[in-house]
Design a protein around this ligand. Sequence first.
Ligand code: AMP
Length: 281
Amino acid sequence: MQIARSVDRVRRARREHESARWGLVPTMGFLHAGHLELVRRAREECERVAVSIFVNPRQFERSDDLERYPRALERDLELLAGAGVDLAFCPATEDMYPAGFQTTVSVGALAEPLEGAARPGHFDGVATVVAKLFCLLRPARAYFGQKDAQQCIVVERMTRDLGFDLEIVVCPTVREPDGLAMSSRNARLTPEQRRSAPALHRALERAAALFENGETEAETLREAMRETIGGEPLARVDYVSVADPRTLAELETVGDEALLSLAVFYGSIRLIDNLSIARGG
Ligand code: AMP
């Protein structure tokens, strides 16, 4: 596995295999089985696989969250080498955003609700870094996790709007045996918080079950999610949502499909999860 620690090096590594079909998996590191599932898919479907590890300061609106974001670069690189990755790209912040950098890619309405409302500027940071990664690595396919459903929607929109010639592949959320969605942030939970955290998934499952049983009132589904989280003394709801999966607008009535999502604080640690529901699915 080649390791490129700078923009120049990654461009050169990309050019050495100019005509290959590359798969790109963008990450912020501290890799877990969810990331490795994206890598596995890319390995299966592409001639060459690149993984970026970059804790992107522009997508953090809280400096304490950025500082405390877990990092384990050497271990990550070992995992990626073991997973058959061809190129790992782990640039320094000053290399991705050198002095004078002043361009922002900003997606419109799809980036406004949910995570966009809770974390102002977050999706500008995501779209800007993903666009830069697409330009540097020119992948034929880029792999993202359903775990960050709105991120997938925003990146798909940006890809179409800016004419990037690549396919966005969305991979299912990988979960712990107790249902908790894998996340680098889980490592920061205390044992008590960790025991409580599967409540996010339980809340989603409960709302999905109500829908299965014929409930179409979106507020009833939201209330069910709030109630489940409310039963956890260590948890605090940031938002619960039942939204149109295409526009992300909040629904009053659920028709054929919806995206259930929620964000929950455990102390200063914020966890998110989501579930797609569909009539007959
Ligand atoms: P991150 O390092 O958190 O920025 O995540 C990098 C990529 O891995 C994103 O596309 C995430 O959606 C995806 N990802 C993170 N956690 C999971 C998970 N539990 N299952 C599937 N994909 C995930």
